[in-house]
Design a protein around this ligand. Sequence first.
Ligand SMILES: [Zn+2]
Length: 202
Amino acid sequence: MNSSLQFLDRLLEVIEKNIAPITSEFVKEGNMLFGGAILTKNDYALVCADTNKITEWPLLHGEISCLRTYNALPAAERPAPTDCIMIATHEPCALCLSAITWTGFDNIYFLFSYADYKPIFDSTKILKQVFGNPNGEYRRENAYWSSYCIAKLVDDLEESDGRKKALQGRVAALRERYNGINKVYEEVTKAKGIHIPRVTGE
Ligand SMILES: [Zn+2]
């Protein structure tokens, strides 16, 4: 696990500058607020970023969309998954956890947890129903990867100076920004009459 100030600053920067702007555009079509990005482990360079595109195909969740973009890169520009950091704006659902596993990543850093975005989408329902996990949990540490909540890593920083506060402020700003993005999604889907039963748990 990497939880240095510099690393967390970079993860937030990628969400702010590379993921959220794409998502802000695609929600206007009726896609959801979820997005993902991939960085290199050695210098945190952006490999690719993408966003939820379920209007194209219902399985194109933010992470799957990002993995598709990663896979489409020319081999010479595509670092091995074990040399990469996987970022998700929101804790990946069962589909995306499996896709990330199959792609070969050994880590997942997500900004908002299941509990954070439960009012929008309850990812624990599939884990409860299909996998029989009573609390809708999964193993954040397993033989394939470890997953970490960026917001929690920021809160757990030992620095007590202004740098930790600044990162916490950016997490709070992103929370507001994604609330705004979701508002657009709700307005667009209402106007277009788009209804996704699985999102509401039906
Ligand atoms: Zn998903």
